[in-house]
Design a protein around this ligand. Structure first.
Ligand code: CO
Length: 457
């Protein structure tokens, strides 16, 4: 037993879920010292979409953000989310990039790396796990939680054993869709607790309206850590509100003992930021609304809005319900992949194609073909020969770890950015998001030139 530990997610998942990851470093820095003294176990501040968003939309260097945050946060562990061999991108990267990326993330201030694979294929996590451990950081392995007739308690217990063997320091149940029901959570956590002594953390989303109830049952089942977001960046498609959860367990043996007065100040600070994004349209009030349909279709909230916007561009919004009904069918055909990045996007596009073209698998994106060929890892369940034939014909299927087929890339990338190079971090940004990083680095060069020349205006 002992107190419930809290991971504050506002600075990563909170704004990723509600305002498309648009919070700037200038908005983050002024409140950090106060947050550092609340009594959180950790703060999730990096990884996920933050890296891409910094470069693509905010003209910020994500590495600088991390260094600046670390400079202020002295008491609280800093946490990031990593997609295993996909790092923070959408494809598999070679081992040299994974290794250097993690070394730099950790030396620039990350204490805890939460690592997951969209297919729960441990081979796609092993390299990350090894480097995280070698670098002396805490390695948290996350289950990409999903439901299907193969995703049983035994399946998850077996996965936890594999995580433990692979070197995990703790376990996370990552319910990106907010579909883990309270009593299922209780059984799942009880089963995991019987399997391992490693600490367990719950990460869920309020999308369907059940997250706080699930969280209570998780605590009853003995969960050690939970993810919450300060109220202005909580609820809707984000995490349960930090303050509400802290009050729920106040004066119980699980009391997280956060500084409740400080939380009031922090919430008031973030309320102003939320107002700004509400007024400029970045925060769509829709994401704050409860959407129990995610329980019916078992899809994450972000995917619902993505599908809708894809159908809008195709002038086929009237097909929305049909596409939603197609998603579980495509999932079944593809061996029940969890709907998390990048599988959520891939399954979403395939479902749209299947409905809009009027013929299933008439059009198949390259990524889906690659997936069926094994280039993303092992599908959770077998894919039938009929579906394989439809999607890839007689193309070859690989069974090795996908990254085993990749050549090292660091030196090649370094050459490619040429005179834009200032640090290893620059090369890593470029390796992950070539065009976006190049634009950013070119802009930086011009800025530096202007500064050196003393340009004004
Ligand atoms: Co999340």
């Amino acid at each position: 037993m002992g107190k419930l530990k809290i991971t504050e997610t506002a600075l990563r998942d909170g704004h990723q879920s509600l305002i498309a990851t648009r919070m700037t470093t200038d908005e983050i820095l002024p409140i950090l010292n106060k947050m550092d003294n609340v009594g959180y176990y950790s703060m999730e501040v990096w990884g996920g979409a933050t890296f891409d968003s910094c470069l693509r939309f905010l003209n910020e260097d994500p590495w600088e953000r991390l260094k600046k945050i670390r400079n202020v946060v002295k008491n609280t562990k800093l946490q990031m989310l990593l997609r295993g061999q996909n790092i923070l991108g959408y494809r598999h990267y070679p081992d040299d990039i994974v290794e250097l990326f993690l070394k730099k993330a950790i030396s620039n201030g990350i204490d805890i790396v939460r690592v997951f694979d969209a297919l729960n294929d441990v081979r796609n996590l092993q390299k990350s796990i090894d480097v995280i451990k070698e670098e002396g950081a805490h390695c948290q392995c996350a289950i990409s939680y999903t439901t299907s007739n193969i995703h049983t308690l035994e399946y998850y217990v077996d996965l936890i054993k594999k995580f433990e063997e692979a070197g995990a320091d703790s376990i996370c149940i990552k319910d990106m869709s907010g579909i883990l029901l309270p009593y299922q959570a209780y059984d799942l956590i009880k089963a995991i607790k019987e399997t391992t002594d490693l600490p367990i953390e719950l990460h869920n989303h309020c999308t369907s309206g059940i997250a706080s109830m699930t969280l209570i049952k998780a605590v009853e089942a003995g969960i050690d850590i939970v993810d919450t977001a300060i109220s202005p960046f909580a609820s809707g498609t984000s995490q349960p509100p930090t303050e509400s959860i802290a009050y729920t367990f106040k004066d119980t043996e699980k009391d997280p003992k956060l500084d409740m007065n400080a939380l009031v100040d922090i919430a008031s600070y973030f309320k102003d930021i939320r107002s700004k994004y509400l007024e400029n349209g970045t925060l769509n009030p829709k994401v704050l609304m409860t959407e129990p349909k995610t329980l019916l279709y078992q899809v994450p909230g972000g995917m619902l809005s993505n599908l809708l916007s894809q159908l809008e561009t195709l002038n086929a919004v009237d097909k929305y319900e049909e596409v939603l009904a197609e998603v579980p069918k495509v999932r079944k055909d593809l061996g029940y992949p969890p709907l998390v990045t990048p599988m959520s996007q891939m399954v979403g596009i395939q479902s749209v194609f299947n409905v809009v073209t009027g013929e299933r698998y008439k059009m198949v994106p390259t990524e889906i073909k690659k997936y069926v060929q094994g280039y993303y890892g092992k599908s959770p369940d077998k894919i039938s020969n009929e579906i394989k034939k439809k999607i890839i014909g007689n193309a070859e299927i690989i069974t090795v770890r996908p990254a085993d087929l990749l050549e090292d890339e660091f030196e090649k990338c370094k050459k490619e950015i040429n005179e834009l190079y200032e640090s290893t971090e620059d090369v890593l940004s470029y390796a992950l998001f070539p065009q976006v990083a190049k634009n950013f680095l070119e802009g930086r060069k011009i800025d530096n030139y202007d500064k050196a020349e003393g340009y004004v205006g």
